[in-house]
Write a protein that binds this ligand. Sequence first.
Ligand code: PEP
Ligand code: MN
Length: 270
Amino acid sequence: MEDKKEKQKKASNNIKLIKDGYITVIAGPCAIESWDQLDAIAKVVKDLGLSFLRGGAYKPRTSPYSFQGLKEEGLKYLKEINAKYGLMTVTEITDTEHVDIVADSVDVLQIGTRNMSNFSLLEKVGRVANERNKKVILKRGWASSIKEWLLAVEYITSRGNTEVVLCERGIRTFETDTRFTLDLSAVPVIKKLSKLPIIIDPSHAVGQSDLVIPMSRAAVAVGADGLIVEAHHNPSKALCDGQQSLNVKELIELIRQLKNVAGVIGKKIR
Ligand code: PEP
Ligand code: MN
């Protein structure tokens, strides 16, 4: 007989990342730092009525001297959090060698900006996600055009019927007052050129927490299907991207404001 956990897991595989009439908000820490840290923010995410928790296990840091993530230990915590709260989990895959273990541990496989053009990784993620009914988020390379991004995503979509979602996370421009420049016009352009859903990552784009709420409101207004936002129970102590992470109060405020903006266009937050 199929045990309860197995059944729960199968049911969770059927929860779509993007749903008509809803804005999906994925929230959680940049990096998983400990069980207690992940549990603290997961509880907030659950209490807010959201369904998807993010958390990096393998961290592709610009500096090799920065915290690189808890790796397999982090994946174990994501699995345990899924069992505890029923939250769908999202984590980044940085290497073809990790695809199987990550697919064993989470519901949504994220490909980061640094790997958008890592075609062997895209192909393997596409194949494994299709075989194992996983969802995929493909972030835009920070120096990639929309056309290059739409070609890259075909390395995944051509491998099967996986649910694939594009994520705009900011591109490099001459501007230095924000970490990257959030290209919100990518949303209506993608809507014109592709059938794939698109979500916005305001956190990595702006790089500072006080700009995350205004850009999130704009993302909903421009027609994005969802958001992925960094949140931490104690950002000043975060091992990664604390400066751009919302604290608990700010995350609650974000959801309050997004419900209002989404209401105007006849959508709900999930
Ligand atoms: C992340 O989401 O943790 C991340 C590293 O984002 P990006 O690939 O957009 O830099
Ligand atoms: Mn981050």
